[in-house]
Design a protein around this ligand. Sequence first.
Ligand SMILES: Cc1ncc(COP(=O)(O)O)c(C=O)c1O
Length: 360
Amino acid sequence: MKELLRPHLLSLTPYTPILPFEALSEQLGIPADEIIKLDANENPYGTLPAVADALKNLPYVHIYPDPESRFLRRALADYHQIPVENILAGAGADELIDLLLRFFINPGDTILNCPPTFGMYAFDTAINGGQVINVPRLDDFSVDADALLEAVAVHQPKLLFLATPNNPDGGLLRSEIIDALLEQNLLLVLDEAYMEFAPPGASRMKEVAKRENLIVLRTFSKWAGLAGLRVGYGVFPAWLMPYLWTAKQPYNVSVAASEAALAALKNADQLEKIGQKIIAERKRLYAALQKIDYLEPYPSQSNFILCKVIGRDAAKLKENLAKQGILIRYFNKPGLDDHIRISVGMPEQVDVVVRALTKI
Ligand SMILES: Cc1ncc(COP(=O)(O)O)c(C=O)c1O
């Protein structure tokens, strides 16, 4: 029966998600609430009490959600001071990445990718029958601007996804590179999933409504602590919006996700304070990691820190910590296989991970 599948799907490399929390807890024999989970850049403070209340009191779960996510989009427009007409909500930024690729890719079209970076750009390109051409980042994980502009000229991609701050290193994309890319004949998609942890002024979201070729993606997964509910949003140029409305899945954002996101935005001041705590803790974690002789941390503007592991096996390091109930991320990929990434936790979690790393 396999031959019935679309041929490009037969050769896909499967996405390797991290093992679910509960499965890991079972495997390690450690209760879930004792595990220190610093492997997926989630918010260690969890959700706000107002979000928990909103979820307890959901009134209309038996009714389909609003296909236009009107209340959520209005709240986002108010919060960011941008036109509501340019905003589309999605089941996480992930859904919007896939949606964009479905809109633009014809089988065989080329998409440029700047690895190491978030895996979904290449994954969704492949799912949608596109061809990925890599323009690897430099040794410090910054984008190789010359190589990228040259590749744009040669391959003329329709879309280009760049994360800023980038995952896994946490570095921001330089604004000169963004400006140079906006001069090209392509749609630039800035994935700002972690922008709330970066210095003010780094986002390009406010420019979207004034341009034709810029898209900015955001998520409630990280800053707002709603990763499990799947809700994100994008800001898109006006000309693209009618097509997005026509072809998106009608009920893509669930009632629960929408209400939770609304409650989070109503209490954005509390989220901003939590964001500040995470930023302060990132500085403390960075300083502590610098003191560990076999680790070289990279400066990060996000809620995680990538470290090069010197003279030790990074995979074993991750395993060793996992046995102690501390989860960090190891990437079994060329260029990253001697690195680990640690999400910024609460102060007591940071103390535990630093102590464990120091002892090893
Ligand atoms: C750069 C980047 N973009 C998007 C996402 C996914 O966001 P969401 O949970 O909203 O799908 C992630 C998640 O790890 C990410 O690292």
